[in-house]
Write a protein that binds this ligand. Sequence first.
Ligand code: GAR
Length: 200
Amino acid sequence: MTSSPPRPTRVAVLISGAGSNMAALIDAAQKPGAPFEVALVISNKPTAGGLAIAQAKGVQTLVVNHRLHGENREAHERAIDAALMEHRIDVVALAGYMRLLTPFLVRLWAARMINIHPSLLPKYPGLDTHARAIAAGDAEAGCTVHLVTEGVDEGPVLDHETVPVLPMDTPESLAQRVLVAEHKLYPRALADFCRGLQLS
Ligand code: GAR
């Protein structure tokens, strides 16, 4: 008896900006045999450049504008969760999603939500990671994919990539080198994560 291969994991990518990591995930998903498909891209900002890139690659997009919910973070996250459910999403991949999530959404998607962060976690959670790595005199920098938990950039590490910090580096030049590594890391880490899931 032969068993049919598992269906691809349905991934939603959450963005706030340029979406270069999102583009790398879509490109990887569109290769034959990929274990995941990008079924939806959600931005909290209507101006995010990644929205047009996703549409050009044939992926459905949605703006869930946090400004429409004022101070009510849970209402915004309820709207995101409703969209994720409507699109039968299995896994959420944060890719430059620059809004802090509350425990409400994090708990609903526990063990099913991952993030990419531009540092070698647990070093430099939060912002300005490249400037902090340079100021500390680090010889290496990099990026990390981790499970999202309630603490900011604190969840278990799934995978990482390192790059050298060069003597003349500025935060901008280091960010550019790390971003290239992110585009290699995120598709690999998401594919590995999806292969390990039991989908119903
Ligand atoms: C990436 O460097 C990502 O690691 C970072 O924002 C950038 C988004 O670029 N994320 C964070 O800092 C989250 N804390 P992109 O929109 O081109 O993928």
